[in-house]
Design a binder for this molecule. Sequence first.
Ligand code: FAD
Ligand code: FES
Length: 263
Amino acid sequence: MSEKFQENVTVISQKQIAAGVFDMVLQTKEIAAHARAGQFVSVYSNDASKLLPRPISLCGIDREAGTLRLVYRVTGEGTGTEEFSKLQAGDTIKIMGPLGNGFTIEPGKKAFLIGGGIGVPPMLQFAKEMKSSGAAEFQTIMGYRNKETFLLDEFKEQGEAFAATEDGSVGTKGNVLDAIRALNLNADVIYACGPTPMLRALKAYAEEQNMDCYVSMEERMACGIGACLACVCNSTEKDAHSNVKNKRICKEGPVFRAKEVEL
Ligand code: FAD
Ligand code: FES
């Protein structure tokens, strides 16, 4: 089992990068050194009335500097994410991680790395790991609502990157599958993170095209470490832990083979 740590970490920087979307860098002691793309951290509120931590994916991992980058959307007033967005350099916050399984590269298989909305951030660290491993060719396809295509320039630094926007302001008008079809792109394996309708459509597309497909799933969480079963999703096979057709997204996931889970 991979090691996890609870730490009080210091905010190094925080900036807004799109409407309601914030980019925060944290100095950790151990977590960054043990983390990989597709994993997440539980971020605790400094407000005692908010007991449960908020799961946030790792958008960036600098193992040497020991820093983690989190890119997250504020979900509303009075929420934990709104509190996080007000943190400034020098402030401290409690986090636990790294949590979950993360992405595994399939060597030699040409890959699509696909993100939608607030599922875009974790794909950036994975693109960096794909590039530095040199294990397979890949293209990134990111889906946004409008011209606020946060992180897209950084995907372009990693290799071939495409965008789809709902309003057609950048890239292909439509969703990520519209972009794949319009640009006539091909791959052997899909790795994706984003809203459930997008993951469902990608699972169906992968089955139709006979491709492998891995999806990073999201569910409300409580413990974040596999103890409470708050985060289960329906699986196609019985889970070894619970002996029912369930999988814990925080523990067995958040990344699953699409054919293992019901979407
Ligand atoms: P509140 O309404 O104050 O939250 C109340 C409670 O509900 C909290 O315990 C909160 O954790 C839980 N909750 C509410 N919505 C969600 C949700 N969608 N998923 C899980 N728990 C929820 N968001 C990002 O913006 N960036 C990311 O990189 C990111 N990565 C995630 C990775 C994983 C594995 C999961 C499961 C979720 C991720 N999310 C991410 C979603 C993020 O966790 C929620 O938006 C956040 O917890 C909402 O908290 P809040 O304080 O804004 O809202
Ligand atoms: Fe408790 Fe997943 S959040 S088991």
